[in-house]
Design a protein around this ligand. Structure first.
Ligand code: SF4
Length: 466
């Protein structure tokens, strides 16, 4: 249990690059650097697939990007004309098995294809059953193999991988941002709802696709535009081609990308993540009646909201919590006492800042409430006179079916509790959430609509009964 173990998990980051003729950059090294920039989207496994003159090759495994891809590996993978890569969080425990690492590489009647994916299909159970009853055999339990299977099946009726993907999109319901590599092309596809982000970038004359634009900047490139919901973009021979699947759906970019998942230096569907987070703090401040001496943010995703709150309220911003950035995932705390102490090792209050002050503490969300409770305690033990908790998202009440691992409803702090119950549970002097309606104001510049179903229960596609 880390101080951030109470956070919900995203389910992956994807990247792909097609090297233009005459561009000397290395595809595998580019993927490696881009995956570093996307590491926040998944830390359980990483992988890369490259296109060499002899065909597609795969390298993947469990762990962080540098654990999986060494300098020696990069040397071996040198000379590719295109490559794709993936970092993964498993959205459920069955998905966490090593066999589920991506990319997936499949050989089929018309060639070879590697695929990586971010999201979750709502109808995967039915699709899997249908495939199995026709004799299909799966080696993994995740949707990436299922999607590959459907694309390959459709490829038997079409001439190109992009046509096969266009056909496959008519069967798949839910969240999927795909990056696909075949023997000639690099292809990106985004589900008709656009649940997960996917964008197009350029470095030199080479085109790239990524979950977030921060990956392009890590390579010295830039964002061109988003892959639109329901769109397929193909990079081949230094050109981009676009196709629309023609399925009309309510556009629904995951709200949690702005609250917590995405890096602040990314731009998603036209909105800068950092500015959205600052605006959430401003919105909270406009509704706040709390008198306090300082505003502090929980590192890292609560910081921008805290700055926005401070700017709007006129209450000074301060750094009151220090995060230890050098603890890896292998840090183990076997006993309850050790787990309690680990909060201080990973995140500590700065006494000189908070002692004898009335503190406004801004965080991005409360999931189970355990982290908030520990942070309030930490600040009080450091001498804070009052601790007022401000949350830059509404209360979590509903499960997510689109690739975000949210605990069972009964485990959620907001389930069957009022705000004052939650406030008492975490031991704060007051608690304020950002109401859903403020998101609509905050997100007015978003190119498409957004999903807020885990707060409202208003799902953009039919979901399984719970
Ligand atoms: S339900 Fe919540 S976490 Fe899932 S896609 Fe919608 S906003 Fe994101």
């Amino acid at each position: 249990m880390s101080p951030t173990s109470d956070k919900i998990n995203e389910a992956c980051g994807v990247f792909g690059i097609s090297i233009a003729k005459g561009d000397s950059r290395d595809a595998a090294a580019s993927v490696y650097n881009a995956l570093f920039a996307l590491q926040h989207r998944g830390q359980e496994s990483a992988g890369i697939a490259i296109r060499m003159p002899q065909g597609l090759r795969l390298h993947k495994g469990p762990g962080l990007v540098p654990d999986v891809i060494s300098a020696r590996d990069l040397e071996r993978l040198k000379g590719a004309s295109a490559a794709i890569g993936h970092v993964r969080y498993a959205s459920d425990s069955a998905d966490a098995a090593p066999m589920n690492t991506q990319p997936i590489l499949v050989r089929h009647a018309s060639g070879t294809m590697a695929l990586c994916y971010n999201g979750k299909l709502v109808n995967s159970k039915a699709l899997r059953l249908e495939t199995e009853t026709r004799g299909g055999i799966f080696q993994t339990s995740n949707d990436a193999e299922l999607i590959s299977y459907i694309i390959v099946r459709e490829h038997l009726r079409t001439n190109t991988t992009e046509d096969a993907i266009l056909n496959a999109m008519h069967y798949m319901i839910g969240a999927y941002s795909l990056v696909v590599l075949d023997d000639h092309k690099l292809i990106a596809a985004r589900d008709p709802n656009g649940f997960r982000p996917l964008c197009v970038g350029q470095v030199g004359d080479s085109y790239m696709f990524a979950s977030e634009s921060c990956a392009f900047e890590a390579l010295g490139g830039h964002l061109i535009r988003e892959v639109e919901p329901g769109e397929i973009v193909v990079a081949e021979n230094g050109e981009l081609k676009s196709y629309l699947c023609g399925i009309h759906a309510r556009s629904s970019l995951c709200m949690f990308e702005f609250i917590y998942f995405a890096r602040p230096d990314s731009i998603l569907d036209g909105v800068a993540v950092d500015l959205a987070r600052r605006e959430s703090g401003r919105c909270l401040a406009r509704r706040s009646t709390t008198d306090a001496d300082i505003v502090i943010g929980v590192p890292d995703s609560g910081m921008a909201s805290a700055m926005g709150f401070a700017a709007e309220s006129g209450i000074p911003y301060a750094v009151g919590l220090m995060k230890n950035r050098y603890i890896g995932r292998t840090f183990i705390q076997p006993t309850k006492d050790e787990r309690e102490r680990s909060v201080r090792i990973k995140l500590n209050a700065i006494k000189a800042v908070v002692a004898d002050r009335r503190v406004i503490l801004v965080d991005d969300s409360i999931v189970r409430g355990t982290t908030s409770e520990r942070l309030v305690k930490l600040l009080r033990e450091a001498g804070a006179r009052e601790v007022h908790m401000k949350i830059s998202s509404p209360p979590f009440l509903n499960p997510c079916y689109f690739g975000t691992a949210i605990p069972d409803r009964e485990e959620l702090a907001a389930y069957n509790r009022t705000e004052s119950d939650i406030c008492a549970m975490i031991g704060a002097d007051s608690l304020q959430y950002l109401p859903c309606e403020d998101f609509h104001v905050m997100m007015k510049d978003l190119k498409h609509g957004f999903c807020d179903a885990c707060f409202t229960g208003n799902y953009a596609v039919p979901v399984p009964a719970t």
